[in-house]
Design a protein around this ligand. Structure first.
Ligand code: ADP
Ligand code: TRP
Length: 325
């Protein structure tokens, strides 16, 4: 365990995870849980920038922990925790704030997008990348598996580590993001990036009826069944890539090109494949959900472990910065 590299990643408790989250990030966490010393957490302080209702925050966090267990994260292999159980990250955020300039943070994509949309931007949203850097650097993460939209945030963490190390001496490990090209941006039912905030997502634990009605809504052009179609420009085909075997995908591809399949049939195949994939995971989720105390215990134990490491790291940071005699 000790010579394994450290993996860290998280998903915010802001609602039900979707298949974009799963293929873009969560699945990689499961794949790597043997090979890395893994820390997977629920960034509730980050979620507080948008979720401002105590009972909702609690239920989103617990539900998400259940989701993470249901996809196959094994609490004996992975340290699963809630960000707010490691309050030292907010202390480290302050220290990093003092090393970071405003113009640098104003260049963050997420901030620029929010500004372009004229959103009411709270200080938490502005400072979001710094808190994320604290999450990553606190645990000395080597690898951070995420979707494409988080790439810049991991680069920020790397820059901040370099800056701190330059000023105060070698203290933090430089992290790297891990992004799988083929699933870096999973499209939603309208062809844009799948996202909770665009309301174009298919929930990972969706029930059969929900899957059927969402797949039915996937946007296509108006080609008739026997017209030749370009699979690469079709939103249904983009999702076939996630749910079909290689062989089945090849068949569907050639049927598209030869005008041998209509969108209705293509959607029916996708619906069935999604149902087959999601059902066992949803059943496992239902089992785990019967025992919320078991899930809370896992988070508590994980939080203690992550916090013990954080306290040790903060000791070093305080020595380096002179915050401690
Ligand atoms: P959302 O955009 O739906 O609010 P989150 O910000 O909670 O999603 O993202 C959690 C993780 O899932 C991150 O690593 C993010 O990069 C990844 N992710 C989110 N949407 C997608 C997508 N459409 N394709 C690939 N990865 C994604
Ligand atoms: N910002 C990430 C997201 O929206 C969530 C997150 C917070 C995270 N801290 C992190 C991801 C540290 C990886 C590492 O998806």
């Amino acid at each position: 365990m000790d010579n394994k590299k450290i993996l860290l990643s998280g998903i915010k408790p802001t609602g039900r995870p979707h298949i974009g989250n799963y293929f873009g990030a969560l699945k990689q966490w499961v794949t790597f849980q043997e090979e890395y010393n893994s820390f997977i957490f629920i960034p509730d302080y980050h979620a507080l920038t948008t979720v401002q209702d105590g009972s909702l925050m609690r239920s989103f966090s617990l539900d998400l922990a259940i989701d993470l267990l249901a996809i196959g994260l094994d609490p004996n292999k992975v340290t699963l925790f809630k960000q707010s159980d490691v309050p030292e990250v907010t202390e480290l955020t302050w220290i990093f704030n003092c090393l970071t300039t405003m113009p640098y943070l104003m260049r963050a994509h997420a901030f620029k997008d929010a500004e372009a949309k004229n959103k009411d931007i709270n200080v938490g949203i502005f400072d979001y990348p710094i808190l994320m850097a604290a999450d990553i650097l606190m645990q000395d993460a080597n690898l951070v598996p995420v979707g494409q939209d988080q790439k810049q945030h991991v680069e920020y963490a790397r820059d901040i580590a370099e800056k701190f190390n330059r000023i105060f001496g070698e203290t933090f490990t430089l992290p790297e993001s891990y992004i799988l090209d083929t699933v870096a941006v999973v499209p939603g039912i309208d062809g844009q990036k799948m996202s909770k905030s665009y309301n174009n997502h298919i929930p990972l634990f969706a029930k059969d009826d929900e899957i059927k009605s969402l797949v039915a809504k996937i946007v296509t052009d108006s080609k008739t069944p026997n017209e030749a179609k370009d699979p690469e420009s079709d939103n249904i085909f983009a999702l076939h890539k996630l749910f079909s075997s290689t062989e089945e995908l090849q068949t569907i591809e050639s049927r598209y090109k030869n005008g041998e399949i209509g969108y209705k049939e293509s959607k029916d195949i996708l619906t069935q494949n999604m149902i087959n994939f999601i059902t066992p995971m949803r059943q496992k989720r239902e089992e785990i959900a019967k025992n919320p105390d078991y899930v809370k215990d896992i988070l508590k134990t994980g939080g203690q472990k992550a916090r013990a490491r954080a306290m040790e790291k903060m000791q070093l940071v305080k020595e380096k910065t002179g915050l401690q005699f």
